[in-house]
Design a protein around this ligand. Structure first.
Ligand code: ATR
Length: 307
């Protein structure tokens, strides 16, 4: 048992939750409850299967039940942009919401996170949307791969929801060149155009590079299923031309891409770090305290890999 709450559940226990569809395999409850217990909070983190058609009602339900906050996972992150009362700069910048913090208007008229109200919570409550995925990716690339992103040349595989956040984050970190690769070409092209518009100093191009790069990032879903092949076409780009490879997938721990990258001598890391750091960031947004990272990492690895 990794989480050991000092107090049993009671009528004054506070709640956070994750909403997703599907949700059964989410590692977030293990991750967050370990963090909450280590901080000594009488809070719990729950998981709910919420169909996208019911997302608005579910957020509203958590709000009226005075939850501290919620996380949103697939397929809710884009939908929620229109369902919160206020968007933090992070959600505006990355165009997706994965963390909501509920805030109440105090007697002095100031909005404060619900953690500030112990006895009576004011009835006027708003949902404040944040995005912690980009922070999570940046921190994972720095800490797990030792990457210096400024000036780096990067190949990004995937231009879906996760790929877009990754591309924008890498551009914001001032990588020098971004090579965008996606099965459906128009999606990579429109991402390239968005990068050009928002980050004109970053050279973004569609397709594999004809040169060595510092980093390859996989943001496609290829590798999740046992029969999946690598998302990287080695006839077009050799992994020997890459110094490091990051795969956002964390289950399985070693995807065909990471296996090949290891064989080619690249530094490699899977997506568990990104999952960890998006979660520690969310916990800090809710609690206002420094997240107990190592306790949370241990709980996450135990939940996912049984280690
Ligand atoms: P997410 O939110 O996880 O990014 P998504 O928006 O559905 O999910 O994006 C999935 C990504 O994986 C896309 O880049 C997708 O490529 P397409 O844009 O061409 O659909 C990529 N992907 C999924 N299955 C794939 C496959 N079999 N081969 C190549 N790319 C695949």
């Amino acid at each position: 048992m990794l989480e050991a709450f000092a107090q049993p559940l009671s009528a004054s226990t506070r709640y956070c939750a994750v909403f997703g569809h599907p949700i059964r395999h989410s590692a977030s409850p293990a991750l967050q409850n370990a963090g909450l217990a280590a901080l000594g909070l009488d809070w719990r983190y729950l998981a709910f299967e919420v169909h996208p058609d019911n997302l608005r009602e579910a957020i509203r339900g958590a709000q009226v039940m005075k939850f501290i906050g919620v996380n949103l996972t697939v397929p809710h992150k884009l939908l929620a942009m229109d369902m919160v009362d206020l968007l933090d700069e992070s959600a505006q910048t990355w165009g997706a919401v994965n963390t909501i913090r509920f805030e109440a208007r105090a007697k002095d008229g100031i909005w404060r996170p619900l953690r500030y109200f112990a006895e009576t919570v004011p009835s006027e409550i708003r949902a404040h949307g944040f995005n912690t995925d980009a922070v999570g990716l940046g921190r994972a690339l720095r800490e797990d791969l030792g990457m210096e992103l400024a000036g780096a040349k990067v190949v990004l595989l995937g231009a879906g929801g996760a790929g877009r956040v990754a591309a924008l984050k890498l551009a914001a970190e001032k990588v020098s060149q971004l090579f965008l690769v996606n099965r459906t070409l128009p999606k990579a092209e429109s991402l390239r155009d968005e990068i050009h518009q928002r980050f004109p100093e970053v050279k973004a191009a569609v397709g594999y590079p004809g040169q060595a790069v510092d980093l390859v990032v996989n943001a496609t879903s290829l590798g999740l299923k046992p029969e999946d092949t690598s998302p990287l076409d080695e006839s077009q780009f050799s992994l020997r031309q890459a110094r490091a490879v990051y795969d956002m997938i964390y289950r399985p721990a070693e995807t065909p891409l990471l296996r090949a990258a290891k064989g080619a001598g690249c530094r490699v890391a899977n997506g568990v770090g990104m999952l960890l750091y998006q979660g520690t960031e969310a916990l800090e947004i809710w609690t206002g305290r420094t997240a107990p990272v190592e306790v949370m990492r241990k709980a996450l690895l135990n939940n996912i890999y049984g280690t």
